[in-house]
Design a protein around this ligand. Structure first.
Ligand SMILES: Cc1cc2nc3c(=O)[nH]c(=O)nc-3n(C[C@H](O)[C@H](O)[C@H](O)COP(=O)(O)OP(=O)(O)OC[C@H]3O[C@@H](n4cnc5c(N)ncnc54)[C@H](O)[C@@H]3O)c2cc1C
Length: 420
């Protein structure tokens, strides 16, 4: 007698959750897949509030999950956008050093990029910068010609269409209140009732520690929300920059610093800065969530982090309260922006996991627990890596399982350097 197909649930309708659902329907013929998303549309949080950059893999520790899944993610994402006729603009990126000391650090990033197999990267002298970005200045620069921009919300919606076409369900407006491991399988609880699944994957972004805690897992690493505000350059100055211009990351500061990012609709964004948010899902100052604030205010790790990062907090706070300061950060790279107008753009909130000692969790963290897989840390380049993260998770989830019915072969790219 044929066995019943496996039943899978995915919690979270951001790009990672929907990519996992699609990978399950791709890999397993007839699998029943249900996505639970608490908002009334997909890509509502980080996926719909980010820079839209397809990172090439410059900065990440070679051999780590970020480095491996980012590189593979780029290949998969590009292939997907081409197949689905979704915009993919390979506009390129410059990381510009402004001092000799930054230049030395940039050389180390160049070595890392080469170790990660980033195609086409090269170092430019101060004069050569102008061959790529005529209005940019600096002591030296790293050019990554294949760094690209996309619309991650549109990609998520296309992935969701694939899931529906394969018979999967996307349930919007359905918040999962807890996950309960049974002797076999997992019960997903919502306000509307409970359902049993053979396997559940939780990709809950800003709520990932809470969902993990509902299963009995420790609530640390804790999600501490840092917002990133963007500004948009006035139309008169938009053409002064062709692609993406980034500062050299400073090891003294936990986030990248203000950069210039072309958006897929032709707008030019400045930002994001990084400052503690008054709510995990708060997109304006008026929106304060006391539960979220208390959650980090009572977490010793946050205060350890805060004590160590006073200079960064001061630097970032200046860009929070002063548009001029924000602009002057961008003018270090493109002085001709002097006098250009800027208007506030969107704000995003990073789901950044923090350890009890206040250190930020750097790599992706994906934990298998019996019949659950919990994504506990998927910050940038999480969107770039999403299709590769999905392959990795499904591989992990199916390990040691007997699959009823035919399992399909992975896509042709899958045997080329998967991290799993
Ligand atoms: C400011 C900013 C800029 C960034 N820039 C880039 C970039 O340029 N390139 C890049 O690759 N990455 C970037 N990132 C990172 C990237 O956005 C994330 O890695 C990626 O979106 C993570 O996807 P996700 O699906 O895990 O999370 P999310 O998109 O946050 O989705 C999680 C979903 O889970 C849902 N959810 C949570 N709890 C529950 C529950 N209990 N029940 C049901 N649903 C639930 C939420 O509503 C949400 O829709 C950036 C992030 C930020 C914040």
């Amino acid at each position: 007698m044929p066995k019943k197909p496996l039943r899978f649930a995915v919690v979270g309708g951001g790009i990672i959750g929907v990519a996992v659902a699609r990978e399950l329907t791709n890999r397993l013929d007839g699998a029943s897949v249900t996505v639970y998303e608490k908002e009334d549309k997909l890509a509502y949080h980080q996926t719909g509030h980010n820079s839209g950059v397809v990172h090439a893999g410059l900065y990440y520790e070679p051999g780590g999950l970020k480095a491996t899944l980012c590189r593979r993610g780029v290949d998969l994402l590009k292939e997907y956008c081409v197949a689905k006729n979704l915009p993919y603009d390979q506009c390129g990126k410059l990381v510009i050093a402004q001092t000799a000391e930054e230049s030395t650090r940039l050389d180390a990033i160049f070595a890392r990029a080469q170790a990660n197999g980033v195609p086409g990267v090269r170092m430019l002298s101060g004069e050569e910068i102008k061959t790529v970005e005529p209005n940019a200045v600096g002591v030296s620069a790293l050019h990554s010609p294949e760094t690209a921009i996309v619309d991650y919300a549109a990609i998520t919606n296309a992935l969701a269409d694939d899931v529906r076409q394969a018979g999967g369900q996307i349930r919007l407006g359905q918040e999962v209140t807890s996950l309960e491991q049974k002797e076999q399988g997992v019960v997903v609880h919502t306000e509307d009732g409970s359902e049993h699944y053979d396997l559940v994957v939780a990709c809950a972004g800003l709520q990932s520690d809470r969902l993990a805690a509902s299963t009995g897992e420790p609530s640390t690493p804790r999600i501490v929300p840092f917002f990133g505000q963007y500004f948009l350059l006035g139309p008169e100055a938009r053409d002064q920059v062709k692609g993406l211009i980034y500062p050299v990351p400073d090891p003294q500061h936990p986030f990248l610093g203000v950069h210039l990012t072309k958006r897929i609709d032709g707008e030019m964004m400045l930002g994001p800065n990084a400052f503690i948010s008054f709510g995990r899902e708060s997109y304006s100052w008026k929106n304060i969530n006391l539960r979220d604030v208390l959650n980090y205010a009572l977490f010793p790790g946050f205060w350890n982090f805060a004590r160590r990062n006073v200079p960064s907090a001061i630097r970032e706070f200046q860009t929070v309260i002063s548009k001029r300061k924000f602009m002057s950060e961008a003018m270090r790279f493109v002085p001709s922006l002097e006098g250009a107008s800027i208007v506030p753009g969107t704000r995003g909130v990073r789901a950044q996991a923090m350890n009890g000692d206040g250190s930020l969790v750097d790599d992706f963290v994906i934990a298998r627990r019996q019949d659950m897989v919990l994504v506990r840390n998927a910050p940038s380049p999480g969107a770039t890596s999403s299709l590769a993260i999905a392959e990795h998770i499904v591989q992990q989830a199916l390990e040691g399982r007997t699959i009823p019915g035919p399992a399909k072969m992975p896509s042709p790219l899958s045997d080329k350097g998967s991290a799993s």
